[in-house]
Design a protein around this ligand. Structure first.
Ligand code: AMP
Length: 397
């Protein structure tokens, strides 16, 4: 696996695919700079080597049309401040303006190209468009994990015009290594904690990780399909009746593979899906009609804690309750605390994919776990065992 550390960028122009798809307010101010900060180490390494950087990204969904609201020009000042270099800007990402700006770029300078998605050829993975992009740099660096699952021109197709001169940026390399640790090289016992609303959205992940984990903790809304399938009473809890056979199948596969499955034993049940509902603690398989399970109960959390404490490698995907409502957020916060404790004791912990990342940020755990993934869809596809085209394009020569 080639990374920026394998190259000396002196006198070289790096064409870097970054993910600057950041949120903007009404006045076009950047309201969350995380993605820009995440790309900084790669850009700095290239400049410190004595090279220059041409940055390309998408912003929003302009669908192939030029749209000034989604111009990357709006973020130039913010990026300049964060990187510590005054950015140059090219009004288009291909063609004469881009080529002229790139050719005039001096070592130590950074050029930001206009939104890639102003051209429909970006998302269609058009070869001629990718070739036009490739003219703007000597070495291609992909540092955008968030789009690595898309075979777009700038994330995948462009790589083939660089022969050996292509590599992963610092951020993308970190993402790949974190996934590798959980899926292949992590110290045992390996535990996956899967929560969220539905079995159907997690099924491919569950099937893929059964070969890789020692413990599988199931929480959140998914729980009730498993409990009902085993004959439990779940009241009005969320359930996918058509996935009950699948749930039984998962449990028997897990048993055959020697994976220990831990389901909730008790829950915080509510008499409505509402922040001011009445609540009671109740056994997970004895929920009366009119009540629904919305968070993990105390005995459940004790069990989860024991498993997580003993784990050396931990993956967390999906909240174990309706964490958006304070009343049902305690289980998810507790799981965060257990992972924090295990991480302090030397375990590796990865949080990735969708709402668990939102929960981890909301409750301030992002610096207390080993790694929080920056890519929702890309992380989910990795956990499903898919090869991401953006990663394959760098690995293949
Ligand atoms: P996902 O995007 O699949 O990870 O699902 C996250 C969503 O699952 C969050 O919005 C949670 O509120 C929801 N969720 C977690 N537990 C439950 C539950 N017991 N009942 C209903 N929704 C839940």
């Amino acid at each position: 696996m080639k990374t920026i550390e394998d190259f000396n960028f002196e006198d070289k122009k790096a064409l870097i695919r970054v993910d600057f798809n950041v949120p903007l307010d009404q006045d076009f101010n950047v309201t969350d700079t995380n993605r820009i900060e995440a790309a900084k180490p790669t850009i700095i390494k290239i400049l410190e080597d004595g090279g220059s950087a041409v940055l390309m990204s998408h912003l929003g969904r302009p669908k192939g049309q030029r749209n000034t609201d989604m111009s990357l020009k709006h973020i130039c000042e913010t990026v300049s401040e964060i990187i510590g270099v005054q950015l140059k800007f090219a009004e288009d990402c291909v063609g004469e303006a881009a080529e002229k700006a790139a050719s005039e770029l001096q070592n130590g300078e950074v050029l930001l190209l206009e939104n890639l998605r102003f051209h429909s050829e970006e998302e269609s993975g058009d070869e001629a468009f990718a070739e036009a992009l490739s003219k703007l740099g000597d070495i291609y660096v992909n540092d955008a994990f968030g789009t690595a699952h898309r075979a777009h021109a700038s994330t995948t197709i462009v790589a083939k015009y660089f022969s050996e001169n292509k590599c992963f940026g610092n951020l993308l390399a970190k993402e790949i290594m974190a996934i590798e640790k959980v899926m292949r090289t992590g110290e045992k016992p390996v535990t996956a904690i899967l929560g969220g609303a539905k079995v159907s959205s997690k099924i491919t992940i569950i099937e893929n990780i059964l070969d890789k984990v020692d413990h599988l903790i199931i929480g959140g809304g998914m729980t009730y399909t498993f409990v009902k399938a085993q004959g439990g009473k779940i009241g009005d809890s969320i359930c996918e009746d058509d996935k009950m056979d699948l749930a039984i199948n998962i449990l028997s596969k897990a048993k055959a593979k020697g994976v220990q499955v831990h389901l909730p034993v008790d829950v915080i049940a509510a008499d409505a899906f509402s922040a001011d509902a009445n609540t009671k603690i109740i056994a997970v398989d004895e929920i009366p009609d009119g009540w629904q399970g919305l968070d993990a109960g105390p005995a459940t959390l004790d069990n989860f804690r024991e498993v997580i404490q003993d784990s050396k490698t931990i993956l967390w995907n999906g909240p174990v309750g309706v964490f958006e409502m304070e009343k049902f957020s305690k289980g998810t916060i507790a799981v965060g605390e257990f992972i924090e404790e295990a991480t302090k004791n030397g375990s590796f912990s990865l949080v990735g994919g969708g709402d668990s990342v939102a929960a981890v940020k909301q409750f301030g755990f992002q610096d207390k776990v080993s790694y929080v993934s920056t890519g929702g869809g890309a992380m989910l596809e990795s956990l499903e065992g898919k090869t991401l085209p953006g990663i394959a394009a760098i690995l293949g020569s």
